[in-house]
Design a protein around this ligand. Structure first.
Ligand code: NAD
Ligand code: UDP
Length: 315
């Protein structure tokens, strides 16, 4: 049994990770400031004596004895990370410094949840890890993109300078149950709109693409990455290479829900990447044959069923 710290553990991805780690017989300390996460995401774990839930902000130091740290604390949706951009940068940068300092002191292995956003609006397609990216350093997405890029730099430098045992994964768009219904990300937006019979809001003409990964595939990939040999630090892409335009996604959601929602077009946000697809050759090679198993239709069906129950339970 390992003792494992998960920052951002009450969020969408973090709650699935905590659940898997507990189910595999580990002791989990879940740390969160509940900015975008909630206790309800982990309420089913709270009575487990091997699960601890702690309210804490990663911009402040935190000390605990653990074997492994998964650093996920950071708002992930543009609406939330742009709400207080300075705080977003602090969360990524000071959060990384605090957690790396802890890992150094207690000699724990630490994994950083980085993002495909480090590639910005990519000029190379699909994106391999060796690509340095095309990020606007002063635009409205930069609080997130540059915060995450700086965190990657901190991770690699703590490794080179202090031999901290690090792992960096670059997560591509991930969806599934427990996404925040109002967080503004495209999958949750389209599903909630379709279920409520409201217009489906496509930003721009809907030709921009993303490659959507179901949360279970990500959790499997990140746990495998945590078990790789010390010499392998990453960064490594974890995503599903099947790429869809936002128009295709909207049609798929309408088809599965049987919704009568109309599609409307709203202005495309500034610096919105036009295309994104992970090159996952490295992950397949280094993560013991890992590859995504849940394709879009199946993943959407599970996610739609979650939101359907959630909306029915809310007055
Ligand atoms: P989320 O918003 O549901 O989860 C983030 C969690 O971090 C929330 O529980 C939030 O309350 C917590 N948090 C935020 N700031 C904090 C702070 N200062 N101190 C402590 N806790 C804090 O988002 P998610 O989709 O679960 O993302 C989890 C991680 O994965 C993030 O680091 C995100 O950048 C990364 N990621 C996610 C995606 C995706 O598509 N979902 C893609 C790339 C990277
Ligand atoms: N998007 C959209 N309608 C929405 C929300 C998002 O068309 O209601 C678009 C958005 O402009 C982007 C894509 O969907 O091109 C993915 O957006 P999301 O915020 O989910 O992720 P990110 O842009 O960070 O990859």
């Amino acid at each position: 049994m390992k003792r494992i710290l998960v920052t951002g553990g009450a969020g969408f991805i973090g709650s699935h990770l905590c659940e898997r780690l507990i189910n595999e017989g580990n002791e989990v300390i879940c740390l969160d400031n509940y900015f975008t996460g909630s206790k309800s995401n982990v309420v089913h774990l709270i009575n487990n004596p091997f699960f601890e839930l702690i309210r804490h902000d990663v911009t402040h130091p935190y000390f605990v004895e653990v074997d492994e740290i998964y650093n996920l604390a950071c708002p992930a949706s543009p609406v939330h990370y742009q709400f207080n951009p300075i705080k977003t940068i602090k969360t990524s940068v000071m959060g990384a410094i605090n957690m790396l300092g802890l890992a150094k002191r207690i000699k724990a292995r630490i994994l950083q949840a980085s993002t495909s956003e480090v590639y910005g609006d990519p000029l190379i397609h699909p994106q391999p890890e060796a690509y340095w990216g095309n990020v606007n350093p002063i635009g409205i997405r930069s609080c997130y993109d540059e915060g995450k890029r700086c965190a990657e730099s901190l991770f690699l430098n703590y490794h080179r300078q202090n031999s901290v045992d690090i792992k960096v994964i670059r997560i591509f768009n991930t969806y599934g149950p427990r996404m925040h219904p109002n967080d503004g990300r495209v999958v949750s937006n389209f599903i909630v709109q379709a279920l409520k019979g409201q217009p489906i809001t496509i930003f721009g003409d809907g030709s921009q693409t993303r490659s959507f990964q179901y949360v279970d595939d990500l959790v499997e990939g990140m746990m495998r990455m945590m078990q790789t040999p010390k010499a392998f630090t990453g960064p490594i892409n974890i995503g599903n290479p099947n790429e869809f335009s936002m128009m295709e996604l909207a049609r798929e959601v309408i088809d599965i829900t049987g919704s009568r929602s109309e599609i409307i077009h709203l202005p495309l946000p500034e610096d919105d990447p036009t295309q994104r697809q992970p090159d996952i050759a490295l992950a397949k090679e280094r993560l013991n044959g890992w590859e995504p198993k849940v394709q879009l239709r199946e993943g959407l069906e599970k996610t739609i069923s979650y939101f359907d129950n959630l909306l029915k339970s809310q007055p």
